[in-house]
Write a new protein. Structure first.
Length: 127
């Protein structure tokens, strides 16, 4: 018998109240910006993914948790326009926006990056 999938709340239990509050604010923002998005919590890594369909193919973005904050990861972020210079990371494909407080979600360009990631996903699925 397999154990039930880990929930978002269960994932957040080991983090500080500040990180939990930030994670919940980020989750709420993603649900506003990505209509009918599906949330998947990784069974062992400190990651929740958001997308439209199973596995990596359906993924649009992620929330990656650490003791100091939350990273908003964008699938194939290296290919996205970033006029505000928000994207960080050195990976060949993925990039992230470091979130330290909930107000970071309102920074110019953050919602546009998520929406661009969603549009790029839709384009890939249409091919």
């Amino acid at each position: 018998m397999s154990k039930p999938p880990r929930t978002f709340q269960k994932l957040l239990q080991s983090y500080s109240p500040d990180v939990r509050a930030l994670a919940l604010a980020a989750r709420d923002a993603l649900r506003r910006w990505l209509p009918a998005v599906e949330e998947t919590v990784d069974s062992s890594a400190p990651v929740a993914s958001y997308g439209y369909g199973p596995g990596y193919r359906g993924m649009v973005c992620t929330l990656i948790f650490s003791k100091s904050g939350v990273k908003l990861g964008l699938v194939r972020g290296s290919e996205l326009p970033d006029p505000h210079g928000l994207l960080e990371g050195t990976g060949k494909v993925h990039r992230y926006v470091q979130l330290r407080e909930a107000s970071d979600l309102r920074r110019a360009g953050v919602s546009a990056l998520v929406k661009s990631s969603h549009a790029a996903w839709r384009e890939r699925m249409a091919r």
